[in-house]
Design a protein around this ligand. Structure first.
Ligand code: SF4
Ligand code: SF4
Length: 654
């Protein structure tokens, strides 16, 4: 039975939509139509549960799937279901046009009926993940991950760089907090890692997949060792590099020139009451990071608070903590915007020639110590480790995270996480928080066991040319060539559908979103729109189910209205859209097709933003070559913070 449930949403939908007309005109599309208030609340959910069975196909016309989807999943028995967001995408954005809104609601509800008609039952997949984790350490955050995981009952192997000692952890953490805090933290964490297997060496090979990675290690003694793990955490440290002005400042040649991490020790060795003049200089050729800036300010403030005269010669100070800057000033630090021109060794100190760029003055003065700010960069083995583990690096050589805001501890490879300074230099508190986040993600990964039901990409072996395009494009290593056949690895799959868009023979289909069904849907949307709206133009927005869909929902929440002839088709990822769907949209009569993806670089599936831009550019090129208007096809990003994007996009029609 095909059933439609309509939510009145505390009468907010019935104020705009003509439910009587909808029920009457869709009577032959559904076997039954039920109207209820607040379907997302307990009574409504219980009502749907009592009215549906496993065999039914169900269309819910209510609010966005972000709201009603999760509670609905617990109450509805059928897998064949779809949600039509009548509230955010119809009633709330077309308040001024009730007739057009009702027509649009009917087009979308009929589309929902086609979707459930074409759904195949989801596949049950077996999940099994190893309850063992490899932490590639070096940073304090790695020790925290080990300590967290041990408490959670997960077996951990800690791999440290060769000859790594407690002192190395302390040294690597010098810029993260005051020396004593770092020492205490390392001591506590090391004591909680006592029973953990620790190996010193490096990773030489990785095979397998998330949940079951086989890692080959070369131990310090040159022995190869293989371990099977469910997940890997990278927690390599950041390192300090001496700045380009080091040579001019006689660093390494004079004990009067130090780097910033040596300042604490210098201060601790000074006899009480002995005052020094210290010039701290930044590197004018280096763009300071906020972590470097904060570390610098903490240190100069500490020296000034101890009564020393501190001059900070800087080109720029970057910090997220304005208080740090103010407190350094209050402590008496003298800020001079400028750079060192020349440094000479002198008896008991250094003579520094400093150009004050604000006052266009050059001054020379003698200081007891010259202290240089260092650059904080990735640990030297990061690039090699990233290459062996096949994870991406960012432009500075740190391990790249998938999506800084939403997935801050995920690397580009599933099941491999990053904690602490391996992704960027950070304060101790932040490193420990990132370690705990990584521990939680690891926990989710290694606890994947049992059966999961879902729609997966299915390869038709008859059609498959084994060109491997899908294998190469999959951002999650979820497709493999096994015995000459493309094989899907459900544990790795994010169900983004990107593989579907690249297959030249259409041999790979996403079960719940087959190309066939999509083409039928487009034809029906066009036909139903014409029946109800005549020659009124319409446009299609192919929106990813992440940021773009959130932006369109947000347009509804904030009442940013747009014309009724704008139909949103949701894709798991914009990277799933191929020229076929775009051209089909134009062929059925849409005056415009927009592909909406996440922010550039912010795709939840890593590559969907770039792929969809390429696909759109390619399609525009095709249109140009046959003298058609390429402006009918566009790609754009949409994010929840910009709810007006949908309004602007569909206003461009024609
Ligand atoms: S749906 Fe996405 S993650 Fe899954 S196999 Fe295809 S491309 Fe890979
Ligand atoms: S892209 Fe299509 S034809 Fe090529 S290997 Fe994958 S399923 Fe087969």
């Amino acid at each position: 039975m095909k059933k439609l449930f309509l939510c009145t949403c505390n009468k907010t939908l019935t104020q705009t939509l003509d439910f009587d007309r909808i029920q009457k005109e869709l009577g032959d599309v559904f076997d039954s139509i039920h109207t209820h208030d607040a379907l997302c609340l307990h009574d409504g959910l219980a009502f749907i549960g009592s009215e549906t069975s496993h065999e039914d196909s169900v269309v819910i016309g209510a609010c966005t799937s972000q709201i009603i989807g999760p509670p609905l999943a617990k109450h509805i028995k059928s897998d064949m279901k779809t949600i039509v967001p009548l509230r955010e995408q119809v009633a709330w954005v077309h308040k001024d046009d009730p007739k057009g809104a009702t027509n649009k609601a009917m087009v979308l509800l009929k589309d929902g009926a086609i979707q459930v008609n074409h759904m195949a039952p989801p596949t049950a997949v077996e999940l099994h993940s190893e309850n063992r984790v490899l932490v590639v350490g070096g940073c304090i955050a790695g020790l925290r991950v080990v300590s967290d995981l041990v408490r959670l009952g997960i077996e951990v192997v800690l791999l440290e760089p060769p000859e790594w000692t407690r002192e190395n952890y302390i040294e690597a953490g010098q810029f993260m907090a005051e020396s004593k805090v770092v020492k205490d933290t390392v001591r506590d964490l090391l004591s909680s890692c006592k029973k953990v297997k620790r190996i010193q060496g490096s990773v030489t090979e990785l095979s397998g997949r998330a949940g079951q990675y086989t890692v080959t290690l070369k131990t310090e003694k040159g022995k190869d060792e293989q371990i099977l793990v469910g997940s890997i955490v990278i927690s390599t440290a950041s390192t300090q590099e001496v700045p380009s002005i080091a040579k001019m400042c006689h660093y390494g040649k004079s004990d009067r020139t130090l780097v910033i991490s040596e300042l604490t020790d210098l201060l601790s060795k000074q006899p009480a009451g002995q005052r020094m003049t210290i010039l701290v200089a930044t590197d004018p050729s280096h763009h300071q990071t906020t972590v470097e800036g904060s570390y610098l300010l903490r240190n100069v403030r500490m020296a000034a608070e101890k009564g020393h005269t501190v001059i900070l010669a800087h080109s720029d100070i970057s910090t997220k903590d304005e208080d740090l800057y103010r407190s350094a000033r209050r402590a008496g630090v003298i800020f001079v915007r400028g750079s060192l021109e020349r440094v000479k060794k002198a008896k008991d100190g250094m003579v520094c020639r400093l150009e004050n760029t604000m006052e266009s003055q050059v001054r020379e003065f003698k200081v007891d110590y010259l202290v240089l700010q260092t650059h904080l960069g990735p640990w030297s083995g990061t690039a090699r480790l990233a290459s062996v583990l096949d994870v991406d690096l960012d432009q500075y050589g740190f391990i790249k995270t998938r999506y800084a805001k939403m997935k801050p501890v995920q690397t580009s490879r599933r099941g491999i996480f990053i904690a602490g300074c391996g992704k960027m230099p950070m304060r101790l508190e932040d490193a420990l928080v990132s370690a705990s986040n990584a521990s939680l993600e690891v926990l989710k990964e290694v606890r994947k066991k049992g059966e999961r039901r879902g729609w997966i990409p299915v390869v038709d072996e008859e059609r498959c040319d084994v060109c491997e395009a899908c294998i190469n494009v999959c951002p999650n290593h979820a497709l493999r060539l096994v015995d000459g056949k493309v094989t899907h690895v459900p544990l790795n799959c994010e169900f983004c559908g990107i593989c579907v868009s690249v297959c030249p023979t259409r041999a790979i289909e996403f079960q719940a979103h087959s190309k066939e069904s999509l083409l039928v849907r487009l034809e029906e949307i066009a036909k139903n729109h014409k029946t109800l709206e005549g020659q009124k133009p319409f446009s299609l927005v192919y929106a990813c189910s992440e940021c773009a869909n959130a932006s369109i929902d947000q347009a509804g929440f904030t009442g940013k209205g747009y014309p009724t002839g704008s139909y949103v088709i949701q894709f798991p990822c914009a990277g799933m859209v191929s020229p076929i769907e775009i051209l089909k949209g134009l062929a059925v009569g849409a005056e415009r097709v927009t592909v909406a993806h996440c922010m550039p670089g912010g795709c939840h599936h890593q590559t969907g933003d770039r792929l969809s831009e390429l696909v759109v550019e390619f399609t525009r090129e095709m249109l140009r070559s046959i003298n058609q208007d390429p402006e009918r096809v566009r790609a754009t990003y949409m994010i929840a913070a910009q709810p007006n994007k949908m309004q602007e996009e569909v206003a461009h029609r024609g």
